[in-house]
Design a protein around this ligand. Structure first.
Ligand code: BGC
Length: 938
């Protein structure tokens, strides 16, 4: 039977008083009869540290008994309860009292497969020598037997945590936040702060624009600056700012507005601590670039660096110093609307993009003008919402979590992300915003994250909806002790923390630590020196930024199909000999939807639509543009069909601009169907029936089902939501000024029933690899892992995308046939081998190819995906030009997570493919060999 816990108590213990006096007897603290303190000394702390890091139960037990022995040798007292003091490298005895959530200690021991009996026995073995210890053992046994025995799944997932103890990470993720000068400033300020002011730093509200700093008139509710629609709370953010009871604000737009609030905080509040203004700057502030999913299709991290830096510069002119981006949730199911906000289905691509966003936003210094603090979101695994339904449960093995979902968050943290946003969803039964395993064990303990964590919007309050908190006080306690430092919009931290601290349910040390984390970011961003909006405020898309967002859009488009027509050439690039061009569809002249679901402070009026851009082209080329809306995005009326068909009939070529509205993806934009919305499919069929060559442009925030189109439309291009320069970018690509180079960051399904569909699946036992599952197997047997009504494969797979040119791959090779296992395990950073290929532009125009490297590991002790992306490179080649492309493969690329959730390499076979999509077929192989020279079977 595993160790059990009531799951409810926080055991308080210790203070530096005890560290100073190892001979002091045990003390009862907080007036409770159930709390006992071991005198605290360094040997004890060492024992506990070892205990917690022990690999298995037997070793943990040994360390526990040593720890207890050490501690009690110096004491002569016992009580009805044992309090454990798990420590970590970041703790110092000069620090404040410690708190140990027992419920977190227990799962850690359970994870080491410690069972109650075994654990108590091991404990006993360490105690036998000493009377006092025997008494304690007795108490421990009593406790183990009598304590509330609610063993819940949450406890299993909630591995050890004591959030404040992990603040001084051994390897801090952000060196600037670990600067001792900043720490000294934080210390000084913290000493000055009242409890109310401390809690204020952990509170965040938005601005509804009708606030007043004046106190409310008697009997009136007063001016309402922040309204929390979900919780129905009313607060006056201006008053809070003026009295030092507000730490940050979200989505306060405009320099005048942020400066007004900032003046209240800086001029009127007692300690003059500036507010931090955060905003959803996701794909641009005023000058808007493609939605992140589209940007991921560029496979161009350097482009992402440039764009996110541009957005940061624009935002800081409005006083924004913190952006809620990047969203790095891996999404393998396009029904989930927030697919549009991330980099798609692959962890390697997601991690590359995550790093790029952080570099762009934060640069090399948070305090440099034009840089902002980033918030990586939504931690964690939000993108795996069951059935793609927004805010839904996620449930997965720890191996899958670590291998497929965590890498982008980790990459962002390692790149120095200053803040992290905890997600709405629950993971394996524990809501992310009260999940110590995620927020403390992994984020702070393993990754050394030293910024602060902000909850998602009202996520602390939603712990009650999740059913893990019966009241606001419990929700608050769970969130803050798990590691959520700042409460976005719940109105729980400010309302509940004072009482929780008074009653001892949340130690002041936990609040202090959260405040420290916030203040560090405020100091590091230079907010104290420059609290107000910087430079000339950018209030509209900037002409100087248009070329960059246009280039981004051009790189984001994915040419899905460009079949040769009867006359022998494909339709794209469009020839100016096609004199009459019909532009049809609801997205052809639509400004609002071009800027996507999270358009920051972008304005529709700055957008160039496709109709505008093609009209200009027509003028330049002396061609004629015919335009018809045809239908609305989501309509059943066919009133516009005849006009559209007439335009098609009159044209030499038809460009159809179909797809989703921007509101059909993004937050709360889940869809159960992935077809063209409304009656656009009927419009498509009617226009195709007119018999003219058709280019279908698909605007969407997710992969759609384009099965019919793929069979009947010669040319299809996915253009996502391209941003402010939408029309110009599309026109440039249509007319061949630029050759498309985007590759799909998500698989496009044939039918919605295939979802979740992703290229790096595990193999099944049926059938063995290499059998074509796209049609019924030749021998007529049915017992294979396949659908009877649709092929397994994607219609357009991950990594796929065409160009106006063509590329061939030759000489795919690896630099070594075998690698000794010891070497593979020894160095975790140096490359172990090189994989190379020669890529040649076999077409007649200069074009860019995204060369991709995939790896499969065969024979490992844990099943591995059929292939995984482990490298990519954008290469521009002139006609006939060849280049050798090299990918370094090392531990990171070749390892996998084993059953202990540790990354490892075993003596196994590897296959490497290099090519232009996840279906690359040219391969090379090598093996990692054990000392005997064998490739083992595990
Ligand atoms: C979203 C976040 C966003 C936050 C603040 C939430 O509803 O999930 O992505 O950053 O609101 O606007």
């Amino acid at each position: 039977m595993p160790i059990e816990t009531s799951g409810s108590d926080l055991f308080q213990a210790g203070s530096n008083r005890f560290a100073a006096d190892t001979a002091r007897p045990c003390k009862i603290v907080e007036g409770g009869t159930k709390h006992v303190l071991f005198p605290f000394d360094h040997s004890y702390s060492r024992g506990m540290r070892e205990l917690l890091s022990a690999a298995d139960c037997a070793t943990a037990g040994k360390h526990l008994s040593h720890a207890i022995e050490n501690a009690t040798r110096a004491s002569n007292c016992m009580s009805s309860m044992i309090t454990f003091l798990p420590l970590n490298a970041g703790w110092s005895s000069e620090r404040d009292p410690l708190i140990v959530p027992w419920r977190d200690f227990v799962p850690r021991m359970n994870s080491k497969r410690c069972h109650r009996g075994v654990f108590v026995n091991t404990l006993g073995a360490g105690l036998r020598a000493n009377f006092c210890l025997r008494a304690i053992l007795f108490c421990a046994v009593i406790w183990f037997v009598t304590a509330g025995c609610e063993l819940n799944a949450a406890a299993q997932a909630a591995k050890p945590a004591s959030t404040h103890q992990l603040s001084r990470a051994a390897h801090p993720s952000n060196a600037q936040l670990a600067d001792p000068n900043i720490e000294a400033r934080v210390d000084r300020l913290l000493r000055e702060m009242t409890l109310e002011e401390k809690i204020g730093q952990l509170v965040q509200y938005n601005d509804t624009g009708d606030a007043s700093p004046a106190p409310p008139a008697k009997g009136k509710q007063g001016a309402i600056a922040a309204v929390n629609p979900e919780s129905g709370n009313h607060v006056n953010a201006m008053q809070l700012a003026a009295t030092g009871r507000l730490g940050s604000m979200l989505n306060t737009i405009g320099a005048e507005r942020t400066n007004t609030y900032q003046h209240l905080a800086v001029d009127q509040s007692r300690l003059h601590i500036p507010l931090l203004f955060g905003a959803d700057v996701i794909h641009g502030f005023r000058t808007i670039y493609p939605v992140p999913l589209g940007l991921a299709a560029s496979f161009d991290p350097e482009l992402v660096v440039a764009l996110s830096h541009m957005a940061a510069e624009e935002a800081t002119t409005a006083g924004i110093r913190w952006v809620y981006s990047p969203m790095v949730d891996i999404s393998r199911d396009p029904r989930w609307g927030r697919t549009v906000e991330g980099a798609g289905e692959d962890a390697y691509l997601g991690a590359a993009m995550a790093r790029a966003y952080i570099r762009g936003y934060q640069g090399d210094s948070l305090s440099r003008p034009g840089n902002v603090a980033a918030s990586v979101k939504h931690f964690a695994a939000y993108g795996a919402a069951e059935a793609g339904r927004e805010y839904n449960t996620t449930d997965m093995s720890e191996i899958r979590l670590r291998q497929d979902y965590l890498p982008p968050y980790q990459a962002a943290v390692e790149a120095g992300a200053a803040t992290v946003m905890s997600a709405f969803n629950s993971l394996n039964g524990v809501p992310s915003s009260a999940n110590p395993f995620l927020l403390t064990t992994i984020l702070r303990g393993e990754w050394g994250f030293n910024g602060f964590v902000v909850s998602d919007y009202t996520a602390v309050m939603e712990l009650m909806n999740h059913g893990i908190a019966l009241d606001p006080a419990i929700a608050t306690r769970k969130a803050i002790t798990a590691g959520v430092d700042v409460d976005m919009m719940s109105h729980f931290y400010d309302a509940q923390l004072p009482g929780l601290i008074r009653s001892g349910q949340v130690p002041i040390a936990v609040v202090d630590e959260a405040v420290r984390r916030v203040l560090r970011v405020k100091f590091a961003t230079g907010l104290f020196e420059h609290p107000y909006a910087q430079g000339v405020e950018v209030t509209a898309a900037l002409a100087g930024h248009r070329p960059l967002v246009r280039k981004a859009a051009e790189e984001s488009f994915v040419l899905l199909q460009n079949d040769k027509l009867a006359e022998g050439a494909p339709l794209l690039p469009l020839s100016s000999t096609r004199k009459r061009v019909a532009l049809i569809g609801p997205l052809a002249d639509d400004k609002g939807d071009m800027i996507g679901a999270w358009a920051g402070a972008g304005n529709d009026r700055d957008v160039v639509t496709l109709r505008q851009a093609l009209a200009q082209r027509a003028q330049q080329l002396g061609t004629t543009l015919l335009y018809s809306e045809g239908t609305e995005i989501d309509s059943s009326s066919q009133a516009g069909f005849s006009d559209a068909i007439e335009a098609a009939r009159a044209a030499d070529v038809v460009i159809l601009a179909l797809g989703e509205s921007s509101a059909m993806s993004g937050e709360a934009g889940s869809r159960a169907f992935l077809d063209l919305p409304g009656n656009q499919q009927q419009l498509l069929e009617a226009v195709v029936a007119a018999g003219k060559p058709v280019v279908l442009l698909v605007f969407s925030g997710r992969p759609l089902v384009l099965d019919w189109a793929a069979k009947h439309v010669p040319t299809i291009m996915e253009v996502w939501f391209p941003g402010t320069e939408a029309g110009n970018a599309i026109a440039n690509v249509l007319y061949g000024d630029v050759s498309p180079s985007g590759k799909l960051p998500m698989s496009f399904p044939r039918a919605v029933g295939q979802e979740p569909l992703y290229y790096n699946q595990f193999p099944t036992g049926r059938p063995p690899t290499g059998i074509d599952l796209s049609k019924p197997p030749a021998d007529g047997t049915r017992f294979f892992s396949r659908y009877i009504d649709v092929p397994n494969s994607a219609l357009f797979p991950f990594g796929y995308g065409l160009s106006y040119s063509s590329f061939s791959y030759q000489d795919v090779k690896v630099s070594r046939d075998s690698i000794p296992l010891a070497q593979a395990l020894a160095n975790r950073t140096a490359p172990l081998l090189e994989a190379t290929a020669n890529v040649t532009n076999t077409g007649d125009r200069t074009a860019t190819e995204v060369v991709q490297c995939y790896v499969r590991n065969l024979g490992a002790s844990i099943e591995q995906p059929v292939r995984s992306l482990e490298g990519f490179r954008r290469v521009t080649l002139a006609p006939g030009e060849s280049k050798q492309i090299t990918f370094d493969l090392g531990f990171k690329e070749l390892s996998f997570f084993n059953l202990e959730s540790k990354p490892t390499i075993e003596a196994t076979h590897y296959t490497v493919w290099i090519g232009g999509s996840s279906q690359a077929s040219q391969e090379a192989t090598f093996a990692v060999v054990s000392p005997s020279g064998m490739v083992d079977s595990h």
